[in-house]
Design a binder for this molecule. Sequence first.
Ligand code: ZN
Ligand code: MN
Length: 501
Amino acid sequence: MEYQPIIGLEIHIQLKTKSKMFCTCDNVSEDIEPNTNVCPVCMGQPGVLPVTNTQAIDWAVLSALALGCKIPSFSKFDRKNYFYPDLPKGYQISQYDKPIGINGQLILEYLDKNKKLVQRKVQIKRVHLEEDAAKLVHDPTTKFSLVDFNRAGTPLLEIVTEPDLRSSLGAKISMQELRDIFRYLDVSNCDMEKGQLRCDANISLKPEGKETLSAKTEIKNLNSFRAVEKALEYEIERQTKLWNGGKPPKEPSTRGWDDAKQISYEMRVKEEVSDYRYFPEPDLPPLEFTKDYVKEIKLKLPELPHQKRERLIKQYELGFPEAKMIASDRLIGEFYEGVLSELREWLSSLGEKEKKIEEGIKKLRKLTASWIVRDLFKHLSEEKIGMEQCRITPENFAEFVTYIYKEEISGPAAKIVFAEMFNRGADPSHVIDEKNLKQVSDKGELDKIVEKVIKANPKPQEDYKKGKEQALQFLVGQVMKETKGKANPKIVADILKEKLS
Ligand code: ZN
Ligand code: MN
């Protein structure tokens, strides 16, 4: 029997507002002493009153709009009651029946395991605002659990999808797409390692062709893209076994994911909504959004990742994989276009005809994209830095690309120049001079060297004349060696062919 996984996601995103959700404490919880960034409000002292952070509201509306949500004119906060040591008030201020945004969608485009382009829309049920809980630190040696309240009260955006996903890969891609969107909006850094982007995944299996679903399992606190994918793969396998054994899950349950062991484990049988005893938060006024206000926020929406992807493909004829990578980061997308506009200017300054410029720009677009996708991304991830810390300017990058375009530096030399540009923000022309990397394309100069190499290697010369193509490669290699890698291999091969024919 085949089973289809039915997957929905609940995502939490920490907003990087200046202050916390309902008090004036700074909104920073990392790299500071535990419990030093707290006040009576976020500590949940009796008698204190919360005040709504308007920046968080604006950003929540912006986020909901970016996800194509409708913004109802009325919204309010509610208390979600439960007891846990990381929740000092005994309730979390959240939103129940009147969230900020409803009925949105997440547009996914990705290559599946067979490299086939998948396009699908995941419906967004709701987007709401709430406060983050404190952080529990479990000390394995003393067996004590300690509470750090620095995180308590951080604004959290919760996004709930409909169960529209059908694969673990789709779930992972959804999370990556959300990260890209929220970084574009500049409302969260979405660093999963730091817990700024977190995910709970709901999954149940449906036997192919039938309508019956098993009870859903919720996997809690998945904190890396890999964990989202792996945990779901594991659950699909585990639940398939249960179905095949004639015992599909009957009760909804909550499970955790052990990343070290790569297994999920049962935590508890899931609470029902009624267990939370939601009721309206009496200390906060409800929210009313006028049409003008929503319009004003809408004007602040930037071009979004999927829009940029589409445009890069259309406007610059990029392939999907390149467009997806370049559009995944707003700054890299801007960088790419900055480099291209420099290159277009350079081409026009050469005084070429319009047609020649168009041909040139086509080559330069591809060349630039491949150096960004292959080399820039590699260097950024090796250095573990973001594009905002990259030392290469669009001007220098464009100049660098012109050297390759004009075949003035060889492939290996280009790698050296690029590394120097990346590591110290060096000007490409300086690196080429400094390291004497300019490719020798001068025919007269190469002619002499080729003569010398042919004389010194009679055997390969004979072999080539007998039809052995490899012998030519050997001779090209000898010329490269003679010139310390600076000869233009294409021109060398041409000269060799001419002389040996
Ligand atoms: Zn506070
Ligand atoms: Mn929540």
